[in-house]
Design a protein around this ligand. Sequence first.
Ligand code: HEC
Length: 153
Amino acid sequence: MNNNFRLLLSLVTLLLVLLISGFSFILVNQHITTKEKEEQRWEWCGTPDPQYDSPLYAKGEALFKAKCASCHNKNMKADMTGPALGGVLERWNGDTTKLYSYIRNWAVYTKTTNDPYAIELENWDPSVMQVFPELTDEDIDAILSYINNTYMY
Ligand code: HEC
């Protein structure tokens, strides 16, 4: 083997090694980011996938825009007259019974339960929330689905 050929061979080997390590770096990196995304999705212990096309989401969107959006920001992240609703179920420790009663009638809920969190909420803003006795559990499920999907994705 002459020297030129040897030099070429080692250059090609070096190039291959660089290529392979570069690729594996990209692969590992991608794996980590998808894994992290997956974990973030599961932080809210509900449906993990976006539901933009589901009937529940569409119903929730319509209800939210008609009844809630005048006081609660549609991006679910910034406060308006009412607090941002993103992550609301966690703030109620996943207790839908309490949260749903609060949404239907916060005043009755707060007076009858003396829930310290609801009392704390009363001081959030001098303005008060409307009452929505007409909302069924399915209506509120839909609203929460809309809230969570808008907040997460
Ligand atoms: C007239 C304004 C107004 C409307 C309309 C309104 N809210 Fe509110 N909401 C508030 C205010 C203000 C608060 C904060 C509590 C307080 O100051 O009484 C609040 C608080 C809340 C909370 C508690 C937030 C938390 O972080 O625990 C939830 C849940 C909520 N609203 C859901 C809704 C839903 C769902 C609708 C629509 C069906 C709605 N609100 C419509 C004004 C409103």
